[in-house]
Design a protein around this ligand. Structure first.
Ligand SMILES: [Zn+2]
Length: 455
């Protein structure tokens, strides 16, 4: 049993003071405000719930900073980046994946993510055609070692494009049949426990056949697990979808499937007004990854209209050019300010923009990871972040603006401790095993010879 005494805590009922939190078997067994500290309590300043990172490709962490040079064709865009990513992906074996994932999951914990949905399509080891569980094991071991809560989302990949019915050579190792993917998902599901859950998904409309999408969606519906898909990230993808399927991606999806609150539509950047309304009405969560979307030149999600219609959002760090939930929220808002020449765009359901963004990401993040709520409440998971209330970053702020300060000021987050499932993963700003993880990551980066991924 662990007990925490927080001067202030953001609970399911809002901010409370002098909060005593009792944690047993990974869950909050009692949460009492206006309480007194007792002997043995961990003295905490400000306690907030941890956020979910709903979209991760862990292996891409090792590419960060390696694709920022202009290519010889002078036409750098998402598709030229993707070729570089494939060059890297082709080299990642299970050993490298485990080292890279362990590093990035540790980085997530350090910045206040307490759970991650890993959108996984590197199913086979390099050069292998037969399926094995080694790549999944690498992800699961890395998450368990770091201590982060994992929603493992194996995704289907079948073909190179809407009109290309076979995968390219580089995509070959992403491929599993529908039956193989479902069998893999079911096998992993048998191991699900306190910190490991499963979802399922398809890579994108362009990468799977329509009947396969329906088969995977039926499994998600049957098992009531999250269903993830990349959608409408690039204009070219929208144009090709219209050309081949006769409808825009989100339009087609809603005509042929029934997305609901279990669905996570990743990016959903290029939408018309009808599509914005359809997603908002469905309750599906849009998984926004602002730092990656900016890095790849994707475009801007129509946030204001979507939020006005009651749409749900969550955030992800995707390619991990940034691993910081508060930076994702900041850039989500800043993109909107820049394009609308106005301020406080996301403050639609609450007057405070930082708090509003945090609350939306908390609610949508839980749903996209397969949980009903990540708020701090009795019976809920003990996944929380302790902020240092002596930090200059929070000086002069009160509960009214703590989250605005976290989103809109400072470079170094005042995170003192992080707990997942009742276990401290970060204590006094430090993580056990972080140095060894960093050394293994450096060795993997060295072995992958990333400089060859530069043209
Ligand atoms: Zn992605």
């Amino acid at each position: 049993m662990t007990t925490i005494f927080a001067s202030q805590a953001l609970t399911a009922n809002g901010w409370a003071t002098n909060v005593r939190i009792v944690i047993e078997a990974g869950r909050i067994s009692s949460l009492t405000s206006d309480a007194r500290a007792e002997t043995g309590d961990v003295a905490a300043g400000i306690v907030i719930p941890g956020l979910a990172n709903v979209h991760s490709h862990a292996f891409q962490r090792v590419m960060a900073g390696h694709t920022e040079n202009r290519g010889p064709a002078d036409k750098d865009n998402f598709w030229s980046w993707r070729q570089r990513m494939y060059d890297l992906a082709g080299k990642i074996d299970a050993e490298a994946l485990q080292a890279i994932a362990r590093q990035v999951y540790g980085e997530m914990l350090a910045t206040g993510y307490t759970s991650v949905a890993e959108f996984h399509y590197l199913h086979n080891e390099p050069g292998q055609r037969t399926t094995s569980e080694a790549m999944f094991e690498a992800i699961a071991t890395a998450a368990a070692d770091a201590g982060i809560r994992l929603t493992y989302v194996p995704v289907l990949y079948e073909r190179a494009g809407f009109a290309q019915n076979t995968p390219s050579a580089a995509q070959q190792r992403f491929v599993r049949s529908v039956e193989e993917l479902i069998a893999h998902y079911e096998n992993v599901g048998k191991r699900a426990g306190n910190r490991l859950m499963t979802g399922i998904g398809v890579h994108s409309l362009r990468a799977v056949f329509p009947e396969s999408l329906r088969a995977i969606a039926a499994v998600a519906k049957r098992d009531r697990v999250p269903m993830h898909i990349h959608i409408a990230e690039q204009q070219r993808e929208v144009d090709e979808c219209v050309e081949v399927l006769g409808a825009r991606p989100v339009e087609w999806l809603f005509e042929h499937c029934e997305p609901d609150e279990r669905w996570c539509l990743v990016h959903a950047t290029h939408l018309d007004d009808t599509e914005v309304a359809a997603i908002a009405r469905s309750g599906a969560v849009v998984g926004l990854c602002p730092s990656t979307e900016a890095n790849l030149g994707d475009g801007l999600f129509p946030l204001k209209t979507y939020l006005e219609l009651g749409g749900q959002i969550a955030i992800g760090s995707d390619s991990h050019v940034s691993v910081n939930p508060f930076e994702e929220l900041r850039w989500l808002e800043y993109g909107q300010r820049l394009i609308t020449q106005s301020r406080n765009v996301a403050a639609i359901r609450r007057p405070q923009t930082g708090r509003s963004l945090f609350d939306m990401a908390l609610t949508g993040g839980a749903l996209a990871c397969g949980r009903s709520s990540d708020r701090l409440a009795e019976g809920g998971n003990a996944d929380l972040v302790v902020l240092d209330d002596d930090s200059p970053m929070l000086a002069g702020h009160t509960t009214k603006s703590f989250l605005d300060a976290l989103v809109f000021s400072g470079f170094s987050l005042p995170i003192d401790r992080v707990m997942v499932a009742g276990q401290w993963c970060v204590t006094d700003g430090r993580q056990e095993g972080r140095e060894a993880a960093g050394a293994a990551y450096a060795a993997a980066a060295e072995r992958l010879q990333l400089e060859t991924v530069s043209t």
